[in-house]
Design a protein around this ligand. Structure first.
Ligand code: F3S
Ligand code: F3S
Ligand code: ZN
Length: 108
């Protein structure tokens, strides 16, 4: 399973995410923490329920869009790649390519 490329139609916006050191961005739900966390970001969207904390996106993004966010008790992983600076994305699509579980969708 990969992130739903039509999440803007199939999900609904819930309370936004405003991470320390980053910028406020959309969260697409429904969410029901800690098990169901939805999708963070729109321009660079990460499906937190698919992310297994591989970390390739954090390592490879040339403009440092992602930060770790702790997600204790989530069944897939205890931290997620939060698109904290999605507005800095330059559309290189590396993150989409390297994510082993296809959790990222970039709309540049
Ligand atoms: Fe970074 Fe992915 Fe954009 S690697 S520059 S967030 S396409
Ligand atoms: Fe998660 Fe994929 Fe990045 S598993 S940490 S979104 S490479
Ligand atoms: Zn977030």
């Amino acid at each position: 399973m990969a992130i739903d490329p039509d999440f803007e139609e199939n999900y609904e916006k819930v309370e936004p995410c405003n991470p320390e050191g980053g910028h406020e961005h959309d969260v697409w739900g429904p969410v029901d923490p800690p098990e169901k966390l939805g999708i963070h970001g729109t321009r660079v969207a990460v499906d937190f329920d698919l992310c297994i904390a591989d970390g390739a996106c954090l390592e490879d993004c040339p403009v440092d869009v992602f930060d770790w966010m702790d997600t204790p008790d989530h069944p897939e992983s205890e931290r997620k790649a939060d698109p904290a600076r999605e507005d800095d994305c330059i559309g290189c699509y590396l993150c989409e390519d390297v994510c082993p579980v296809d959790a990222i969708k970039v709309k540049y």
